[in-house]
Design a protein around this ligand. Structure first.
Ligand code: FEO
Ligand code: CA
Ligand code: CA
Ligand code: CA
Length: 657
C-alpha cells in the first residue's frame, strides 16, 4: 500500500492547500477553452493518441493478450506484455530475468552482521541496507567513465514500516504507536540513504561488501544548511544556535543528479515525524498547518529524541523538507541541504541543461492540490572545473508552474519583494519565501495539481514529463486545464514542452512553455476520461503513475504506486514510445509483489540492466511481521518481506525494450 495511504488519520496526505480553487470567472473561461488545450494531444505528431470523450468510446483490445505480438503493432517496444494480476511474487516480461541485488538488512559496511529479523538492533541497522528503498541512481566506476558493469548504486530509504519490520506490533498505525525506544532507534537508522558499490561479472550483479565507497546516511548523519534560509532564526535550535547544521534527512523519496556528478535526494513527508501539544500555537502555527504538521506525530521518535517534540524544539521541522546534495564518490563528504530550491514535500529534483549552460531542476510537491516547481541556476555549470559548480545550487531562481487553458504555461518566480511576496504577506526575506514555498507559490497563482510525483526530462525530445499520481478529492468545481478530471483516482501524465525542445537550442530556463496531456490513466472504456494510444491492450493500461525513466531511445518507463487500491491490479512498470506511431501505447513489463510499489527505475548507460526499487512489499491491510501477505523476496518462514533493489536483464544479454 502506498505510504501516503496506510494510515488515513495520520499519514494520508489529505491536502493542506487551503485554496485549491481558482476564481469562478477564470474557471468558466478555462472550460470554454479546454478544447484548445486538448488539441495539443493531436499536435504532438501522434494522430492515434486520443483525447477525453473519444477515448472512452474506443474499445480496448480484448483480454487474454499475454503474448500480444509486439512485432505486429505500432510500438517500437519488443517484449511480450505481462498480464495484470495480484500475486505474492513478482514477474517480468518473458525473455527477461530478475535478480535480487540487495535487500533490507543486507550488510554493506565493515563488520555489519547479516539481518536477524527477530533480533534487529540500531547498531546493526546503521551498517546494513535501510528500509523502503525508493530513488535509485547509478554512478559508473571509475568516476567519469561511462561503463555499465561497475558503479555505485545510490538508494533512498524513504520510511519505516514497523508492523512488518518487528514482531508482535500489529499492522499499520497501530504498529507505529507501539514502537519501543529500541525500535524507534532502528527506524531512525533504517531511514536516509545507501551508497553501495555494485559489479556485474559473467552476467550476474553483486554487491561489493565492505567497499570503502559504501556508505549509510541515516536520520542522524550531520548535514550542512546552505542557501537563503541557512542561519535564519527560523532554522535555529538549542542544539544548533547558528542554524547551519542538521542531523539527518527524513522521508527521502525520489531524487535526481547534477551534471557535475553529485546526487540530489529529496525530503518528502517530513511532517510525519514532528508533533507536540503546541503544534497549533505560536508564530509557526499557520506554516506548520500548510505542511500537514499535527499535534500527534505519526512516528514515536519525539518520545525519545527531544528534537522531534515541537514543545521542546519548535524550529526543528523547518530544517526538513529540503533537497539534499552529496557526492556519492566521497563517503566522507558532508551532505548539504540546498534551501534555495524551496521547502515542500519534494518527490524529486531532476536536471536539464539549457542552451546557455544554466541548469534547470524540476520537481513535484507530492500532495493533493500542490505544485510543480523548477529551479534555474543563476550561472552556467562549468564542465571544465568541477570545483566551480560546488555551490551552484545556492544561487538561482525557484519557480512554480501555472498551466493555462490555451496549452501554454508560465513559470512564476518565487522572488522576495516581487508581486505578493512581501513583508505585508509575511515574507520578510527570501528565507521566508523558501521556508514557506507552498504559500508563496499559491499566492503567485500556481496551478494546484493532482499530486505531482516524478518530473523527468526525456533526453531524446527535450520534453519534461510530470507524473500526477492521483487526487480522489478533486471535485468538479476544482478541475483546471492540467487536472481535468474530478475524483482523479488513477492520475495522469503531463508533458511540458520548453521552447526549442528536441533541438540544441532547448531553453529550460524560459519563463514560458507549452503543455499537453500525454496520457490519462485508468482503464480505457471503463474509467471516465482515460486516454492512451487506441491500441493499448487490457494489460497495458495503468493506474497511479509515480516515477519514470527514459531509455536511451527516449521511451518512457513509468512505475506505479497505488494501483491495487485504486484499480485492483498490482503496481508495476510500464513502457511506451513518446513519439511516432506508438506514442502513449503503454505495455506492462514488470509486476510487483503484493503490497509493493515500484520505484526508482534506472537503466545502466547501455540499457542492458534495469534497476528497480521494490518498496513496501507486503504492506497490505492487516499484513504483519508475524503474518505477512507475502514474504518476498526470500519466501523463508520467519523472514518478513524485505524491500529490495532488483536488477532486470535480458536473457542472453542485450538492450532492454
Ligand atoms: Fe514518496 Fe511521492 O512518493
Ligand atoms: Ca513510497
Ligand atoms: Ca514516489
Ligand atoms: Ca507515491
Amino acid at each position: 500500500m502506498a505510504d501516503h495511504e496506510i494510515e488515513p488519520v495520520e499519514i494520508e496526505d489529505i491536502g493542506s492547500n487551503p485554496d485549491p480553487r481558482r476564481a469562478i470567472g477564470e474557471l468558466i473561461e478555462e472550460r470554454l477553452s479546454r478544447r484548445t488545450a486538448l488539441r495539443g494531444l493531436f499536435a504532438a505528431g501522434a494522430a492515434a493518441v486520443l483525447t477525453g470523450p473519444a477515448a472512452a468510446e474506443v474499445p480496448a483490445r480484448p483480454a487474454h493478450s499475454t503474448g500480444n505480438s509486439p512485432e505486429a503493432g505500432p510500438s517500437s517496444l519488443r517484449f511480450p506484455e505481462l498480464r495484470h494480476q495480484l500475486a505474492e511474487g513478482d514477474a517480468v516480461a518473458e525473455g527477461h530475468s530478475i535478480q535480487t541485488l540487495i535487500r533490507w538488512g543486507d550488510p554493506i559496511l565493515a563488520d555489519a552482521p547479516e539481518l536477524d529479523p527477530a533480533a534487529q538492533t540500531p547498531e546493526a541497522q546503521a551498517r546494513q541496507f535501510g528500509y523502503n528503498c525508493d530513488y535509485l541512481d547509478f554512478f559508473p566506476l571509475p568516476r567519469g567513465a561511462g561503463g555499465s558493469d561497475h558503479g555505485l548504486l545510490v538508494v533512498n530509504h524513504e520510511y519505516a514500516s514497523p508492523g512488518l519490520m518487528f514482531p508482535g506490533l500489529g499492522a499499520g498505525s497501530q504498529a507505529r504507536r507501539h514502537v519501543s525506544e529500541q525500535q524507534a532507534r532502528i527506524e531512525m537508522m533504517a531511514h536516509g540513504g545507501s551508497v553501495v558499490e555494485v559489479r556485474r561479472e559473467a552476467g550476474a550483479w553483486s554487491v561489493v561488501r565492505e567497499s570503502h565507497l559504501n556508505r549509510r546516511i541515516t536520520a542522524e548523519t550531520p548535514m550542512r544548511l546552505s542557501g537563503p534560509a541557512a542561519g535564519h532564526p527560523r532554522l535555529r535550535t538549542g542544539a544548533d544556535p547558528e542554524g547551519l547544521t542538521v542531523l539527518g534527512m527524513l522521508n527521502n523519496c525520489a531524487g535526481g543528479n547534477t551534471p557535475w556528478g553529485t546526487v540530489l535526494t529529496c525530503e518528502e513527508n517530513f511532517n510525519l515525524y514532528f508533533g507536540g501539544e503546541s503544534a497549533e500555537t505560536g508564530p509557526e502555527a499557520a506554516a506548520r498547518r500548510r505542511y500537514g504538521i499535527q499535534k500527534q506525530a505519526s512516528y514515536s521518535w519525539g518520545r525519545h529524541e527531544p528534537r522531534f517534540d515541537l514543545d521542546r524544539e519548535p524550529n526543528e521541522p523547518n530544517r526538513f523538507g529540503w533537497v539534499v546534495e552529496f557526492d556519492p564518490y566521497d563517503p566522507e563528504s558532508m551532505p548539504v541541504k540546498r534551501t534555495a530550491l524551496g521547502r515542500f514535500k519534494h518527490e524529486c529534483c531532476t536536471h536539464a541543461v539549457s542552451k546557455d549552460g544554466r541548469v534547470a531542476f524540476y520537481g513535484g510537491d507530492d500532495e493533493r492540490f500542490d505544485h510543480v516547481y523548477k529551479f534555474v541556476t543563476a550561472c552556467p555549470w562549468n564542465p571544465a572545473d568541477p570545483a566551480a559548480n560546488r555551490d551552484l545550487l545556492d544561487e538561482g531562481t525557484l519557480h512554480a508552474a501555472r498551466f493555462e487553458a490555451d496549452g501554454t504555461m508560465r513559470w512564476l518566480p518565487l522572488v522576495h519583494g516581487e508581486g505578493p511576496l512581501t513583508a505585508a504577506n509575511g515574507f520578510a526575506s527570501q528565507a521566508d519565501v523558501v521556508i514557506e514555498a507552498r504559500r508563496a507559490a499559491g499566492l503567485l497563482g500556481a496551478t494546484p495539481m493532482d499530486r505531482p510525483e516524478d518530473v523527468e526530462t526525456n533526453p531524446a525530445n527535450g520534453r519534461v514529463y510530470v507524473m500526477l499520481t492521483n487526487n480522489g478529492r478533486r471535485t468538479a468545481e476544482q478541475v483546471n486545464p492540467a487536472n481535468p478530471r474530478p475524483r482523479n483516482i488513477h492520475g495522469h501524465v503531463v508533458e511540458i514542452i520548453p521552447p526549442g525542445a528536441g533541438t540544441p537550442e532547448v531553453d529550460h530556463a524560459a519563463m514560458e512553455a507549452r503543455w499537453e496531456i500525454f496520457l490519462a490513466a485508468g482503464k480505457p472504456g471503463v474509467d471516465p476520461g482515460a486516454q492512451y494510444h487506441r491500441a493499448t491492450s487490457d494489460e497495458g493500461w495503468l493506474s497511479c503513475p509515480d516515477n519514470c525513466a527514459f531509455d536511451s531511445r527516449g521511451r518512457i518507463w513509468i512505475s506505479t504506486d497505488g494501483a491495487a487500491e485504486n484499480a485492483g491490479v498490482a503496481d508495476g512498470l510500464y513502457a511506451a514510445d513518446t513519439v511516432g506511431r506508438g506514442r502513449a501505447l503503454t505495455r506492462l513489463f514488470y509486476q510487483a509483489p503484493t503490497g509493493a510499489e515500484v520505484c526508482g527505475p534506472r537503466f545502466t548507460p547501455d540499457d542492458t540492466t534495469l534497476f528497480l526499487a521494490i518498496q513496501h512489499p507486503g504492506e497490505d491491510p492487516g499484513s504483519t511481521f508475524d503474518n505477512p501477505s507475502t514474504r518476498w523476496p526470500d519466501f523463508q518462514p520467519g523472514t518478513p518481506p524485505r524491500p529490495s533493489v532488483i536488477a532486470i536483464t535480458r536473457q542472453g544479454g542485450g538492450r532492454i525494450g
